[in-house]
Design a protein around this ligand. Structure first.
Ligand code: SDX
Length: 438
């Protein structure tokens, strides 16, 4: 497990007393290096006959992890101790991938070797192309991603033995390397253009842009500004602790399912509009608002408990402060639109919406701030991506986080198959009623 010094002084305990029986049980408190401590409840059921109850796991630590730390109150996000703002400013996505997987920023030769491995795994098995023909042209690209990534299990058998560290490493590199190729092919398929093969002379972000936007008929000039913005967007989406899709990957992996199936499960979970699908939903919301003068109407709807409408790109299960990724994303938004000379009225609506919402006591009281999805869609739209590809890009970037968390779980000696329990509120035993007597 993590070799960073832990605060071993937390050999503290809590005592839980069942007041109906007077029986007490003393439980240890688990302390990490920073952040909330956890009551270790593993003996609770055996000693009290009671489960804990925590729908949505809002107060439950599902694992120990050394990869990402979030302080939701302060709006802090760190990967292996490095602040996301520093990584977004000074690192590139390959740096961050290596950091998430290995725990340290790579030295020059380590980065060269890692980047070479990723570059030389970007091609897909040629036969996987045929999967795309099985989809309708108007399929949502996330549906294609779930299908094709899951199907990798049928092609890369030599990296599905999760007990073999070498195979875990190969599967990790294959997933990180091939996700841009699969994503770009999903886009090309949807617009009826030919697939573009990866190029080994381009870096990760450049290669992805080339596979998405180039056509065989002419040379595609890769804008360094767009490539840097793409790389930064990948960094901002790389990992985020035990969110819904990462927990899905961990739970799938706890049954020793192969890594490709686990990542496909993560993609499926991320698709939801309450999670990674929010970036697509933000654009649709801004387009529905249409003009600044309609913002108050939508703010009121978001505050109306009887109206299911929510301000997409606002609020977060953990952040009760500004999502630090949103700040970097907003800065990139201005850079990219400025560089491209794009005057998108949606950006003006988004900024006015943010200003009004942040001054509104409802949002202040519920601590609802813009999250990572609020500005990302505007940049991606300016870069030429259709809204249906926004969550695909989120999945592409999050693959390294899912893989790093999956490997940490597999390599954690205390990990067991995930099997939550329940509070049963159905029928107690009753006599069977034959059909002719019902
Ligand atoms: C991501 O977990 C992660 O880390 C996820 C993620 C990652 O990187 O993996 O950060 C990526 O998923 C970002 C979140 C993207 N989703 C959205 O932008 C969708 C809109 N946001 C909401 O659906 C909501 O804020 C959630 C789902 C993100 C969080 O929901 P919670 O923590 O369960 O909060 P809640 O639903 O309990 O809301 C608390 C209160 C409620 O009001 P009351 O019932 O207390 O009266 O705040 C209200 C909610 O109605 N509220 C909102 C709101 N979000 C919460 N009201 C209006 N607009 C919103 N966006």
């Amino acid at each position: 497990m993590n070799d960073v010094a832990r605060d071993s002084s937390t050999n503290q305990t809590v005592t839980v007393t069942d007041n109906s029986t007077g029986k007490s049980v003393e439980l240890p408190i688990l302390g990490g290096t920073v952040g909330p401590r956890a009551i270790d409840v593993r003996r609770l059921y055996a000693e009290t006959g009671c489960f804990t109850y925590d729908p949505g796991f809002t107060s439950t630590a599902s694992c120990e992890s050394a990869i990402t730390y979030i302080d939701g109150e302060a709006g802090i996000l760190m990967h292996r101790g490095y602040m996301i703002e520093d990584l977004a400013e000074h690192s590139d996505f390959m740096d961050v991938c290596y950091l998430l997987l290995h725990g340290e920023l790579p030295k020059v030769e380590e980065k060269e070797a890692f980047e070479h491995s990723i570059t030389y795994h970007t091609m897909l098995h040629e036969q996987m192309n045929y999967f795309y023909r099985g989809f309708r042209r108007d399929s949502h690209p996330m549906a294609i991603m779930v299908g094709v990534v899951g199907a990798m299990s049928a092609f890369y058998h030599d990296s599905t033995d999760i007990s073999d560290p070498h195979q875990r490493m190969v599967a990790s590199h294959r997933l990180i390397a091939k996700m841009p190729t699969i994503a770009a092919m999903a886009y090309k398929f949807s617009i009826g253009q030919p697939f573009v093969y990866p190029r080994n002379d381009l870096n990760y972000a450049e290669n992805f842009l080339n596979m998405v936007f180039s056509v065989p008929c002419e040379e595609y000039k890769i804008s360094p500004v767009l490539a840097r913005a793409m790389d930064r967007i990948f960094i901002l989406h790389a990992d985020h602790e035990q969110n819904a899709s990462t927990s899905t990957v961990r739970i799938s992996g706890s049954s020793n399912a192969n890594p490709f199936a686990c990542i496909a499960a993560g993609i499926a979970s991320l698709w939801g509009p309450a999670h990674g699908g929010a970036n697509e939903a933000v654009l649709q919301m801004l387009q529905e608002i249409g003009s600044k003068d309609r913002i108050p109407e939508f703010i009121e709807r978001a505050k109306d408990r009887d109206d299911p409408f929510r301000l997409m790109g606002f609020g977060h299960r953990v952040y009760k402060n500004y999502d630090p990724r949103a700040k970097v994303m907003q800065k990139s938004c201005h850079e990219v639109l400025g560089e491209l000379g794009v005057k998108d009225p949606l950006l003006g609506i988004a900024m006015e919406l943010e200003r009004i919402a942040l001054e509104d006591e409802y949002f202040a009281e519920k601590k609802l701030f813009p999250n990572v999805d609020f500005y990302s869609g505007i940049i991606l739209k300016a870069m030429g991506f259709p809204t249906s590809m926004f969550t695909v890009l989120f999945a592409l970037a999050r693959t390294v986080g899912w893989v790093a968390q999956w490997r940490e779980m597999i390599e954690d000696p205390s990990q067991r198959i995930s099997r939550p329990r329940q509070v049963y509120n159905g029928h107690t035993e009753r006599e069977y009623v034959p059909l002719d007597q019902r």
